[in-house]
Each structure stands twice: as structure tokens, then as C-alpha cells.
Design a protein around this ligand. Sequence first.
Ligand SMILES: [Zn+2]
Ligand SMILES: [Zn+2]
Length: 294
Amino acid sequence: MGTQAVELYREIPNNLRNHVSQICVLNECSHVGLLHEARTIFNEISSKTESTITTMADCLSRLFMFDEAQKLIEDYEKTNTPSIVMYMFLLSGARNNRNSNLSEQIYKQMKTLFPNVKESLAAGVVLLSNIYSSLGKHEEAKTFRSNQIEELGVKVKVGLSWTEIKGHIVHLKAHDYSHPQSTEIYAKIDRLQSKAIENGFIFDSSSMARSLNENETIESVLCDHSELLVIALNLIQEPAPKFIQAVKNLRVCGHCHEFTKVIAKIELCDIVVRDANRIHHFYPNGQCSCQDHF
Ligand SMILES: [Zn+2]
Ligand SMILES: [Zn+2]
């Protein structure tokens, strides 16, 4: 609700606006792509904090305005110690833009500036290897990922999703076959895929994070992420719910986001997924509350 957020912010008297309200409104602009409003508000802020600058850098990166975002970061670093969060946002924008050169450059800078922030560097490695995969370079992605993770000596966070089924919390990971109803879960996903294809949905191989093994299809690899499994688990319950809630510990990927929009439409169901970054409300009309800015 970016426009409403900006209007509300404008109603706050000047002397009552603080860095919290500034971050909120800039973040809102960032997530719905209101560049002009974000710039205007940002320029009005007299004392900019690390968080306000980070949020503005995120906004610019999401819109692929990397030169301006980098300039902002450079200016900040003239008088402050570098902040890894700013670089993560840059990298995330470069990933969305499938810009491997820029991503490599940002990751190198991160390694030089923050050699000890290993968890964030590992997240950076995953982002970069996903870019290689999205360009079809699955071998390069795999080698880069395993070499860098080994060098950092950290464990990559496993993607998990949670949901509530008949009063019990269930959690599943990607490619999970541990649930007693897993045969039905995967059968449901197969049916959803067929219906999605009938409705013109295209399974985009550039979203794949790895190459195909024997007996796998693009559809099967794309559709076994944990959030899709818990959504399917909800849908095989009797009666099937019209409102589904799930939580994921990582950010939802581009494919799962597109596919969940289609599922909500096919099943005429509201689906709310809270990921590591935000809440997505998928409506039965096939749209998401984030308007694809995530
Ligand atoms: Zn996914
Ligand atoms: Zn969304």
C-alpha cells in the first residue's frame, strides 16, 4: 500500500517524523517501486542515519539503478565504516537483474570489506550461484558454491516452511519425502502443474538452482520448494481450506512466487506466506499484495 503509506507519512507533522517513520515510508516506496516519492522524501531528510541510507540504497537497487545506489554507498563510506547490509541489497538487486558481472564485483568487495561476516558472505554466495544457474551455468554455480562455502567454513541455511494442519505445526524442507502424506502432496503438485500449464503458465528453466538429474523434469525440480509442499499439504486436507498460512525462513524464489499466484487462482484460495523479508498475500484473483516487488 505504497501510495497510502506516502499519504500517511505526509500527514505526520514534521516535528513528529523520526528515523522510524522515514524508514517505514522509504521501505514501502522501495517495495512498490515509487522512485520519485522515495527520492523526494529521502532528500528532505536532514540527518540521514545508516538505516535510512540503507533503505534508499535498497530502493534504488530494486529498480536496477545501481550507479546511483553505489554512489550513495560511496558517499556514506567517506565518513562511516562500511555496512554489509547495503552490499547485500545491491547484490540482491543485481541477482534480480541477472547481472553476473556486477554481482561478482559486489561479492568480491564484500569479501574484502567484511572477511569475518561469514553468514552474510554465505548468503552472498547463494545469491551469486543462483545467478549462474539462472543463466544456465549450472556447473559453474555448483563449483562456485561448494568452493566458496568450504572456504568460508560455514553451513548454508536449509530452507524450511511451516504451516498448521489440524492444530499441529508441520514443517517441511525442499525435496522432502518425510511426511506420511508425501505421495499425495506430490500428486497434488502434479495436478496443479497440469492445470497451470492449461492456463498458459510457463515453467521457466532459468529459475532452476541446479541441473536436472535422471527422471527429473523442469517442473519437478522447480516445484519441490518447501513452501509449495506445505501449501499442497493444506490443499489435500478435507475439506480444502479457503485460507492458507505458511512461514518460510528464507526468501521466496521467483518461481514459487509466480506459481503460488496461479495456485491461489486455481483453488480460489487466499494464501499468506511470510518469508524472511516480508509478507505475501496471494489473492484468488491471481495477484500478490507485494505486486511482484520483493
Ligand atoms: Zn522456490
Ligand atoms: Zn508477493
